[in-house]
Design a protein around this ligand. Structure first.
Ligand code: AMP
Ligand code: MG
Length: 489
């Protein structure tokens, strides 16, 4: 049949270990076909690394796979079941508009989930339409690829197709399907689901699966489930520190959006901070600021406590002992996060060695940035280039004093000025996906002009390059422009 021939030529090489989990973890179903699929963007370099042939993917039969109209060989399409704490409240969720096709085995032997988002209703859709709109799918594409460029673990975006359907949100919008690629979509919420509704054997099957997929070395440890908790904590501590270091605000850190692989997923209401302020929130529904920039580490810790709770029956038969062990592991998060953050901030300031007063030097700068309404990215960029501009921060006497302290601090290490500059360049992006730039790209795309988005993606693919073109993308938005993001788009 032509279907499978085309799929084979495209390089699809799918396995489906997730479908071997107990049946409670998924519902098998096909994506809902769409009337008129049209490829609007394809990630050629990602396709190549997955062992996929871009030329074939762009053909009609290749696009049909990316739209969910045809299944590649080896696919076992399913929606994953999970629960989660949303804004602190436990609820049943699951893929309401996503279908996992399978796991692509790459030429180098890696395994990645291939998931279609916007591919129709599932048993977990609740009131939703199962569909996605073009703007938000392109936005997810841009931000996830920008995160990858920044060197932050993330699910990635392979392609966006428009469907020929209209979806109704605040307005009528073109429908779209995004193909997402991730180390896995196992979430804290998957464990919460198993702990609440499964048997201990279901939970153990999920934990063993997670260990095999992400932490195979656990075989050699005394207590693999305690090890799992510790490793997930380590990865989240590292991930959230990286978010903080570039001013990324996830916006909806519900436990169902926290992966066990340590990748960032679920790019709904996320956005990058312009002016530095710990209270910064973009999401329209986050009225209490639960997921504000400055709260992200505390929320990660809270989410990990929910994860720890699910593992108790596996960690030890004696509940008191299990609690003691889990609490011990969980209490490491704060230390781990702090050391990741401090190491990252030292690097942002070109500091190689450690002095006890470094943290206070860093905090003084952040306090000044907050007081003077300084742009987060551009402040570090200016320090990197040693070109403080005419921003109010740089004109202040307090900054000049701080600058002297910083220079003196740099003088107390062996490294040359050039080495300091190189460390700062690697640690401070010249460019981030500024909200107004992303909006410009989306507005053009919705009119059928994808060139603005392509240029933006090129600039974001290597944010540490400090190219002349990146200069043009570093202008912050007008100060009075309040940017708002939305969930479930
Ligand atoms: P999110 O806020 O993206 O993490 O989504 C929370 C839940 O809502 C998940 O179970 C999603 O699958 C579901 N969901 C979001 N949008 C839709 C939609 N348009 N149709 C069906 N389910 C949706
Ligand atoms: Mg989600």
């Amino acid at each position: 049949m032509t279907v499978n021939k085309a799929a084979a030529e495209a390089g699809w090489n799918l396995e489906h270990t997730y479908a071997q989990l107990p049946g409670m973890f998924y519902s098998k179903l096909n994506p809902v076909a769409v009337p008129a699929p049209k490829l609007v963007i394809l990630n050629h370099s990602l396709a190549k690394s997955l062992g996929l042939n871009s030329q074939v993917l762009q053909r009609e039969d290749g696009v049909a796979v990316l739209a969910g109209n045809r299944l590649p060989k080896g696919a076992i399409p399913l929606a994953q079941a999970y629960a989660g704490h949303q804004f602190g409240y436990f609820t049943m969720l699951g893929d309401g508009r996503a279908i996992l096709l399978g796991e692509q085995i790459t030429p180098s032997g890696e395994r990645f989930d291939i998931q279609l988002k916007g591919s129709g209703k599932t048993p977990y859709s609740r009131g939703g339409d199962g569909r996605a709109a073009l703007g938000p799918m392109l936005r997810e594409y841009i931000i996830s690829e920008a995160m990858h460029g920044l060197g932050i673990a993330t699910g990635r975006s392979l392609a966006v197709v428009t469907t020929g359907e209209t979806v109704i949100r605040q307005t009528r919008q073109p429908g779209a399907v995004l193909t997402r690629v991730a180390a896995s979509h196992l979430r804290i919420g998957t464990f919460e689901y198993a702990a609440r509704w499964g048997t201990v054997e279901d939970l153990r099957a999920l934990a063993d699966y997670t260990l095999k997929r992400h932490f195979p070395e656990a075989d050699h440890t005394d207590n693999p489930y305690l090890y799992l908790l510790g490793e997930v904590i380590k990865r989240q501590a590292s991930l959230v520190a990286k978010w903080q270091l570039v001013g990324f605000i996830h916006g909806v850190m519900n436990t169902d959006n926290v992966t066990l692989s340590g990748e960032t997923i679920d790019y709904g209401p996320c956005a990058f901070m312009d002016t530095y302020h710990p209270d910064t929130v973009f999401s329209s529904i986050d009225r209490q600021g639960r997921y504000a920039y400055g709260n992200q580490p505390i929320i990660a810790q809270w989410n990990l406590a929910r994860f720890a709770e699910t593992l108790l029956p596996l960690i030890d038969d004696n509940q008191a002992e299990a609690v003691k062990l889990a609490q011990g592991a969980h209490s490491d998060f704060a230390k781990l996060y702090h050391s990741n953050w401090l190491a990252g901030m030292r690097a942002k300031l070109g500091i190689f060695n450690e002095e006890s007063k470094d943290e206070s030097l860093i905090q003084q700068l952040l306090d000044l940035m907050q007081r003077y309404g300084a742009d987060f990215t551009n402040t570090f960029r200016a320090l990197t280039l040693d070109r403080p501009g005419d921003a109010p921060l740089f004109d202040s006497a307090e900054f000049k004093q701080w600058y002297q302290l910083w220079q003196a601090r740099l003088g107390r290490q062996q490294q040359s000025k050039e080495a300091v500059h190189q460390l700062m360049r690697k640690s401070n992006p010249a460019v981030i996906p500024r909200n107004h730039r992303v909006e410009d790209a989306l507005a053009a795309a919705e009119k059928g002009d994808y060139s603005v988005m392509r240029r933006l993606l090129a600039v974001l693919s290597d944010p540490y390059r400090y190219s002349a073109e990146q200069d043009q993308y570093s202008t912050p938005p007008p100060k009075n422009q309040r940017y708002v993001t939305f969930c479930g788009t």
